[in-house]
Design a protein around this ligand. Sequence first.
Ligand code: MN
Length: 197
Amino acid sequence: MINKILLPYPVDALEPYYNKETLVLHYDILYTGYIDNTNKTEEKLNIARKENDLKNIKCLEKDLSFFGSGVILHELFFQNMGIPIPTTPNAQLMEQINIDFGSYENFKNQFTESSKVVEASGWNLLVWVPRFNKLEILQCEKHQNLTLWGCIPLLVLDMWEHSYYLQYKTKRGDYINAFWNIVNWNEVNKRWDKVVG
Ligand code: MN
């Protein structure tokens, strides 16, 4: 059984870049739904195992991947945003960004452009790939497709329409540009420190 995390800021803290109405719906309804559905799926899996009734196992395992990844990505997303004060990657992360993308501007440009072209409902992620020993940017479809196994998400952006449509309508680019104002690099730096620590 998993429980909801609390938002690390008041619901109007990301204004004007991410409005209260969008955040409340996103957190109270959508994120809560992923928590509930993950718990329900785990319960069904427990029953299936207990009763040795595996006829729905394909569906249940797929549900676990979808709902569970929905939980994980939303928590990373909510936590890697913050009040609009400037924060930056720490020295070590900036060094790695420079190695793998050439410059911070190049990284930001790739992340912006790839966010714009996420297909249908999905995400965009800056990840550390241990096997390749490098940072990569990955688009994600739904919550669980198109990953590299073992990668560690550092910065995630929700590109599902529910994340921007109320405020930005079809202007995906405006939403992504606004997002850069509320990225909480202090949180991303913590994730990075765990990678290198
Ligand atoms: Mn979402």
